[in-house]
Design a protein around this ligand. Sequence first.
Ligand code: IPD
Ligand code: CA
Ligand code: CA
Length: 286
Amino acid sequence: MTVPTSTDLQRYLDIATEAALAGGAMLQRYWGKLESIVEKGRPGDLVTEADKASEAAVLAVIRRHLPDQAVLAEESGQVIAQGETDSLLWAIDPLDGTTNYAHQYPFSAVSVGLLADGEPVVGVVYDAIHNDLFRAAKGLGATHNRQPMQVSQTARLADSLLVTGFAYDRRETPDNNYAEFCHLTHLTQGVRRGGSASMDLAYVACGRLDGYWERGLSPWDLAAGVVLVTEAGGQVTAYDQGPFDIFSGRILATNGVIHATLSHVLQQIKPFRDFEAIALTEATTP
Ligand code: IPD
Ligand code: CA
Ligand code: CA
């Protein structure tokens, strides 16, 4: 087991920042200029040359500083294999919010996180379009554009602005989060669908949003953002307030104050099932 010291964590945070900024430079370069947008699996799951260029830039920085550390990156998979005794794993999403980015909807980020024995301990989320930088490391605090950041103090779910998302398997499973979205829209000031899990978490961390839940996520979506929220004073757990497991794909992250109430509501919601009633018929151009 490897327990990084605070000196290690500061160094990893600096490397993660350099990597996220390098990836972000690629997202700035390709913004509005994409030539290749392809579906890589399920409908709507896109990959572009910006995802690939950003990932190459992020990996180059990590390899240069830490050639032996294990890396899991969305577009390449396990690029540097994890050794038997190595408990550190970098989890990288080079463009979190590809659908937004491809439509030039400016809500996306490079997400660079580090796990120690599965626990997120370093996180950098960089919104390259707005040059908005969110950073945190375990025990070292959290910053937004290098200034300390904190979660909101909203105390009631009824006064909260939440965010969630819908995984690419949403048409294949009744556990698709549609019912949760409707119920919580009814009970709060609103529920946004950000389209970038790492940015959703960064916005909870800096207090623009009060809470976030989602299912069907991957470690690279969550690793960095989880550190931002916990270091900014928020709470991250499973839906039922049990321990957060990054490999479960499921997360409940809030300012801490509304956590128990939101968890309680989420556990009562039953999935909607009837989505076959309206068939999609696309209009044909005359
Ligand atoms: C997606 C975004 C989105 C979430 C999806 C993710 P991608 O990541 O984070 O908010 O709802 O589940 O897959 O594909 O844009 O990297
Ligand atoms: Ca993602
Ligand atoms: Ca991605």
